[in-house]
Every structure is written in C-alpha cells, then in structure tokens.
Design a protein around this ligand. Structure first.
Ligand code: BV8
Length: 240
C-alpha cells in the first residue's frame, strides 16, 4: 500500500465526448472526415496551410459554441483537485479548454491549445478566438502568413515533457481517462508510472490499446465513472 500524496491524470478525447466534442478514432470521429496526414502534420501545413486552417478554424468555432460545456468528468476532476492537499496534475492530450472552464488549475496541454496561435517567425503565442488565415499578419513582428495553431502535430515534440516525466516519476497514482492509447509518447506514460511502482487506473468507454498496462480498469462513460471513482478515492489515503 502507498500513501496518496501525488496524482497524475492523463486525459484524452473521450473525456470531452459527452460535452459534444468528437473523438478522433471512434464512430463519427475527426479522422473519419479528414486524413491525419492532410491536416495534422507540419508537412500538411506546408503543403496546404489554408486546408489546415479550415480544419482548426471549424474545431475552434465548435469549441466556442454556447452548447459546448465541461461535463461532470471535467467538473469532478476540478473539485477533487481543490479538495486534495497533495500534488495533482492534469496532463491532457486535448486541445480544448474544458478542463480550464471546469476550474482545473494544474494543467499541461501536451498537444497544445486550440485557442492559441503561434507566429513561426517570432514564436509569440497568443490567444485566438476567431479564424486564422494565411493572409493574417503577426501582431508582434508584423510578418504575414506565419501564424499557425499552437497545436502539436504528428512528428512534433509534445510540450512540457520534462515536467510530465518528473510528475510521473513521483506520482503514487496515475489515472488515464478517455484515451485510446494509440498516440505516443502519451500512451507510454503508464509504463513510466508502473516503473516507479505507482498504482495505475484506466477509465475508458472500452479497453484501450494499452489496457494490459493498467493495474485497475474501469469501463463506462467518463461523465459517470470518473465522479464515482473520485468520490471513493476521497475516502482513501492509500492505493495499491
Ligand atoms: C512525437 C493535436 C517525436 C492535434 C495530436 C513511439 C514513440 C514516440 C512517437 C511515436 C511512436 N510511435 C509513433 C510515433 C509518432 C506519433 C504517434 O504516436 N503516432 C501514432 C498514430 C502511432 N507521435 C507523434 O508524432 C508525437 N510526437 O513523437 O515526436 C519527436 C522526437 C524528437 C523531436 C521531434 C519529435 C506527437 C503526437 C501528437 C499529435 N497531435 N493532437 C489535434 O488535436 O488536431 S494527437 C491526437 O490523438 C489527438 O489530439 C489526441 O490527443 C491523440 C490521442 O487520441 P485520444 O485522445 O486517445 O482520442 P481517440 O479518439 O484515439 O480515443 C478516444 C478514446 O475515448 C477511445 O478509447 C474511446 O473508447 C474513449 N471514449 C469515447 N467516449 C468516451 C470515452 N471514454 C470515456 N467516456 C466517454 N464518453
């Protein structure tokens, strides 16, 4: 048994599914309508920047629509974090801001953020709520056509990996919620947690590609399974 002093939660598209944002690989998923190689890599952006802008502009406008709100899974994570007196980090693969809207504070967006843009010339990162187009200029350096979504594409290094690794090595409990376990290096985080003898829990609609790496598995919709799990966790001081 291990005292619970530090928790890392990895979230994927599945935690936002019940808020109305499509996942990637499920039925009706994002990749059903676009090929990854056409819209989510630096090569795609170099080949057809306006297509990539259209892909992210439509996702940004959907995220900003009034009916897209955090669901009870996001809210339960934020409530647990504020009541927990240990270390608590949400590492999300998602580029939506539903964890922020729910009130989570300690968040790492390892694949970037849909509501931020980056100038490829001066590297300034700023919030963006409207469409980005190839004709737009950078507010800071004035260069035209250099703006891109502040999002990590395939073949690009995810953000804050050192911070994430430090948290994984320290954590007593690693919880993975709503991810298919297809994309690395995120899909390898459970192996790091296991190496340091953390307890590991997968909460997902169905077994992920890495389900065998988890010590505990809970299947069902995150909006009901995660609040239940966190309520039980609040009465525990040890895991494993
Ligand atoms: C990199 C941002 C190296 C864009 C995304 C081994 C090691 C390292 C890399 C690789 C490797 N093997 C291959 C690679 C390369 C690649 C990769 O992993 N490819 C895969 C496809 C094989 N990885 C990379 O390129 C990464 N970079 O490795 O860099 C490097 C080294 C040095 C220098 C430079 C570079 C970067 C990957 C990041 C790509 N960007 N997102 C965007 O959003 O448009 S990834 C994309 O997939 C998504 O953003 C998401 O983050 C990610 C994972 O998807 P999930 O979140 O899991 O979503 P999915 O739909 O797959 O699954 C949803 C799950 O939810 C399902 O299981 C479903 O059952 C469940 N669910 C549904 N509803 C519910 C639910 N669960 C609960 N409740 C519900 N209601």
């Amino acid at each position: 048994m291990r005292e619970i002093e530090s928790i890392v939660v990895l979230t994927g598209a599945g935690i936002s599914a019940e808020s109305g944002l499509p996942t990637f690989r499920g039925a009706g998923g994002v990749w059903e309508h676009y090929r990854v190689e056409d819209v989510a890599s630096p090569q795609a952006f170099a080949r057809d920047p306006q297509l990539v802008h259209r892909f992210y502009n439509s996702r940004r406008q959907k995220l900003l629509s009034a009916n897209i709100k955090p669901n009870s899974a996001h809210l339960a994570l934020a409530a647990f974090e504020s009541a927990f007196d240990g270390e608590f980090l949400v590492v999300t693969q998602n580029i939506d801001n539903l964890h922020e809207q729910a009130g989570s504070e300690n968040i790492v967006h390892m694949h970037g953020e849909l509501l931020k843009k980056r100038c490829q010339q001066c590297l300034q990162v700023t919030f963006v709520y409207e469409d980005i187009n190839t004709s737009d200029g950078c507010e800071r350096c004035g260069k035209q056509g250099t703006l891109r979504p502040h999002v990590v594409w395939f073949g690009e290094m995810p953000l804050e990996m050192d911070h994430i690794h430090q948290a994984l090595e320290k954590c007593d409990l690693f919880i993975s919620v709503g991810t298919s376990g297809n994309v690395y290096p995120a899909a390898g985080f459970v192996d790091i947690a296991n190496m340091w003898n953390s307890h590991s829990v997968e909460i997902n609609l169905e077994p992920s590609a890495i389900e065998s790496s988890f010590k505990e598995k809970i299947y069902g919709p995150a909006a009901s399974m995660l609040p239940k799990f966190l309520t039980q966790l609040q009465t525990k001081t040890t895991v494993g």
